[in-house]
Design a protein around this ligand. Sequence first.
Ligand SMILES: Nc1ncnc2c1ncn2[C@@H]1O[C@H](COP(=O)(O)OP(=O)(O)O)[C@@H](O)[C@H]1O
Ligand code: SF4
Ligand SMILES: [Mg+2]
Length: 372
Amino acid sequence: MNDTNPTAPLVSAVDVKVHFKIAESFLAQRLAGATSVTIRAVDGLSLDVYPGETVGLVGESGCGKSTFGRTTVGLLPPTAGQVLFDGEPIWGPGGRLSHRALRQRAQIVFQNPYSSLNPRYTVAHTIGVALSARGVPRQRRRQEAVELIERVGLSRQHLDRYPHQLSGGQRQRVGIARALAMHPDYIVADEPLSSLDVSVQAQIIALLQDLQAELGLAYLLIAHDLGVVYHMCNRVAVMYAGQIVELAPTDQVYGSPGHPYTLSLLAAVPGRRRRSKLSISPQSSRRWSLARVGAGPGGPGQSLGSADPDSDEPTAAATPAGCRYYPRCPRRQRVCLEQEPELKPATGVAPAAASTGASIGIHLVRCHFPGQ
Ligand SMILES: Nc1ncnc2c1ncn2[C@@H]1O[C@H](COP(=O)(O)OP(=O)(O)O)[C@@H](O)[C@H]1O
Ligand code: SF4
Ligand SMILES: [Mg+2]
């Protein structure tokens, strides 16, 4: 992790919503009369990413991480809200940053490097397309491609290969080189390690960190491996059902999680081995215990039926009134059903670390009873 000295955010998502309307099945149309259902993939998400920092975005599959990441790089328009890049709105009639300008400054590295590379293009061609988009003259492209491919740890011989002639790790390096060809300031890395062997993952992590130190890149790292997130991120945003439920500097999320969903994610990380790898303090590791998460409701008014941590509810199409985590929450009380919690500075969790910047050091939790 780098220590960042933030001034203004590089990327600023303001109350972003991305809703998809999909047609209902014929049966549902006949039974319920509904012709479409709205998937609220991202539902009012605000997040700043500062120059040179890494923000981790975690949460279970389907909670809206990729959708949000794509919206911040200009690939997917929001239904409502706005994304500012270096202070300039990128969407809608007020969008002042051209897509060409944005494509240069904001890039994405995908989970599956095989499907994200054109199988009919050599590596040189793939990188050349990006260089051409940046306006690099044809005669300079080969030399720049050589520099890029060597920068990501491959050799010039790899330039003439096709994706199927490369290993998974090599393909991911090509994906990173293609992103770097645009000279970006901001990269969304969408589960960039998921399809790789553990040993290769470590190499790609090291590469991403080196590039960040050298080029001052800001990363939005979408990941499900909480060990990787702990290792790489300055801050962590925990997403649930299209919203951020917790946002704080990494040490605070892992050491003093405020939201019961964050606790359940941490508790799901395999025990001792993971904790020692992450050097979590004994105090923190106690907080990771399953007992804490699985413990029955302790406060008054919590005899509202047993919470089910494995419940599938809510889906992105159907969210309950009040708190979206209610069906799974061991801490729930009646007010949770009646009043949707806001994302706000947490009380009852450890205070923000003094070393982090004033605004980004704040620990935010979307819960009526944080840190209990
Ligand atoms: N193009 C789309 N059309 C309809 N639904 C979509 C589309 N893209 C994503 N979704 C839905 O939006 C929700 C969030 O998806 P996604 O952002 O991919 O989640 P995550 O990356 O957290 O796994 C899911 O329910 C998914 O099925
Ligand atoms: S608001 Fe209530 S139901 Fe929601 S997470 Fe907090 S305690 Fe649980
Ligand atoms: Mg995804």
